[in-house]
Design a binder for this molecule. Structure first.
Ligand SMILES: Cc1cc2nc3c(=O)[nH]c(=O)nc-3n(C[C@H](O)[C@H](O)[C@H](O)COP(=O)(O)OP(=O)(O)OC[C@H]3O[C@@H](n4cnc5c(N)ncnc54)[C@H](O)[C@@H]3O)c2cc1C
Length: 483
């Protein structure tokens, strides 16, 4: 029955919008059925590919009438299997990549309106051409789309100053599960008409509607930047340095912590990398400060001056400030290569977690010790966005283990152990990647029940037939899905 309805939908879409709107060639579809990390493999009879909001609305309305489930997909860079369809072929993929127009950029208002399929780096380039910037970036910027970024409430490396997508999105346009349109693009500063539908759609992972465009807040283009590399004794000192900077300047955009082992892996596995500072340091920081105005103190002299004071007071062991754009890029390359270097080092299980910023230094030390005591031979550590209380907490397998057997037999227990530590510390098991299919059962296990009940009620209110990205984020009880 399901397949018959799917093929009816495919035929209807082709009849109305032409052959490009419904791709069924297995070869063309294949790359989009596996997630970026290659962990989740799905099946789908077609990828539906509308070109504008009205085509999306028509397709969703048809799918609703026929009872066909849809998996929205942007750049397919989800870290949690969020855009991968179910393995049983029970859904079609709805790709938003052809909705790739930047409708407007208004420097005076500081707002860009971009369609869901616009690739993040294309928005960066377009904003730059107007002496503006969209102050959110991440490793997948060459593929990740505005719709995906909105739907995962993405973060990245500038959250410290600019916030996540929740703060950067001024309004959302979306197609709701019955095909009706929600238009929030007016980007009103004040709007008190009850629940904030835009904010419900941000971070919803495609489970309550399809984002077709967003109004995005822009910042003035960067005039100058400085990137510093710092060596120091502990994450506690790193937090001390963060507070030290916060009291003196608001020019800092990134404050990234890196353990000595992470730097060592990069130097060992990534070609053409070298340590920015000499000597052994247990922990490192990458700090970026920017100015958008020529009248501001140049970031390089600001950071150098503040690091000089921090060094004199014994807070840090050593530091250097980039002397050129090439050196700044080289420092960032080390930071951005941490995951790749770790993969080259051996199997590891990753956790994108957050705790309160002030609690992070203790968590980094205590959780790593607890994991290594419970799972002898492993090596646990965290790196990433210290200034946001968000690290990627990775546990490397003992030397010489069988990779597949370790992933199958050990990794799930380690993940549960880490997540229990996070919850005990009052934190979140998903800081910026979302829940998708990877963390859905852990979210259900760890709750709290009131949160799960509220999430499920929202899902059911928008999508009682469970046709929007089923199986992601929350599970609807069968009775609710059988309608
Ligand atoms: C190398 C790398 C680095 C990364 N770094 C970061 C980082 O620093 N911070 C961070 O937050 N994330 C990061 N990510 C994760 C990822 O890039 C983000 O989650 C991104 O927002 C996903 O965008 P996408 O277009 O690829 O979405 P997809 O992967 O296609 O989809 C992601 C989710 O959004 C839904 N979705 C997609 N488009 C729509 C739409 N138009 N309407 C409704 N639902 C939709 C999908 O169904 C899915 O649930 C990284 C990923 C990679 C591969």
């Amino acid at each position: 029955m399901k397949n018959a309805a799917q093929w009816q939908l495919i035929d209807q879409v082709r009849a109305r919008f032409g052959p490009r709107a419904a791709v069924t060639d297995a070869h063309d579809i294949a790359p989009w059925l596996t997630d970026w990390r290659g962990r989740f493999h799905g099946a789908a009879a077609a990828i539906l590919a509308p070109v504008d909001r009205d085509e999306v609305a028509a397709i969703v309305a048809m799918a609703h009438a026929l009872g066909v489930a849809l998996v929205p997909q942007g750049g397919n860079t989800s870290m949690v299997g969020g855009a991968t369809p179910p393995v049983d072929g029970s859904a079609l993929v709805l790709s938003l990549r052809r909705l790739n127009r930047i409708r407007s950029i208004e420097p005076a208002a500081g707002i860009a309106i971009a369609e869901a399929g616009v690739i993040l780096s294309d928005l960066h380039i377009a904003a730059d051409a107007q002496a503006m910037r969209f102050p959110l970036t991440l490793g997948a910027k060459g593929s990740a789309t505005i719709g995906g970024l909105v739907s995962t409430n993405a973060g990245g490396t500038q959250v410290l100053r600019w916030g996540t997508m929740r703060k950067l999105v001024a309004g959302v346009e979306a197609v709701l599960p019955d095909g009706s349109i929600h238009d929030g693009l007016a980007a009103l500063k004040k709007d008190n008409r009850g629940y904030d539908i835009d904010q419900l759609l941000i971070g919803a992972e495609g489970t309550i509607g399809i984002v077709t465009a967003a109004a995005l807040r822009l910042a003035p283009a960067i005039h100058a930047r400085a990137v510093a590399w710092v060596g120091l004794a502990s994450p506690h000192r790193a937090l001390g340095l963060l507070r030290f900077f916060e009291r003196r300047t608001d020019a800092v955009e990134s404050f990234e912590i890196i353990p000595a082992s992470g730097l060592a892996h990069v130097l060992a596995h990534i070609p053409d990398t070298r340590a920015p500072i000499s000597g052994e340091h247990p922990w490192h920081l990458l700090i970026e400060a920017v100015s958008s105005d020529g009248d501001d103190e140049p970031p390089a002299s600001l950071v150098e001056r503040l690091l000089g004071e921090a060094h004199a007071s014994g807070l840090i062991e050593d530091a250097t400030v980039s002397a050129s754009e090439a050196q700044a890029t080289a420092f960032w390359r080390i930071r951005d290569s941490l995951s790749e270097a770790e993969r080259a080092q051996g199997p590891a299980v990753q956790h994108d977690i957050s705790v309160g910023v002030a609690a992070m230094p203790d968590f980094l030390i205590d959780a790593a010790a607890a994991v290594m005591a419970r799972y002898p031979g492993t090596h646990a550590t965290g790196f990433g966005h210290l200034g946001d209380g968000n690290v990627h907490f990775h546990v490397r397998a003992p030397e010489g283990v069988d990779r597949d057997a370790w992933y199958k037999n050990e990794a799930p227990g380690i993940t549960r152990f880490v997540h229990d530590l996070v919850v005990a510390a009052g934190g979140s098991i998903s800081a910026e990647h979302g829940i998708g299919q990877m963390k859905r059962d852990e979210l259900a296990r760890l709750g709290p029940p009131s949160r799960i009940a509220a999430l499920t009620a929202i899902k059911r209110a928008f999508d009682p037939s469970n046709l929007m990205n089923p199986g992601k984020l929350v599970t609807l009880a069968p009775s609710a899905c059988d309608q």
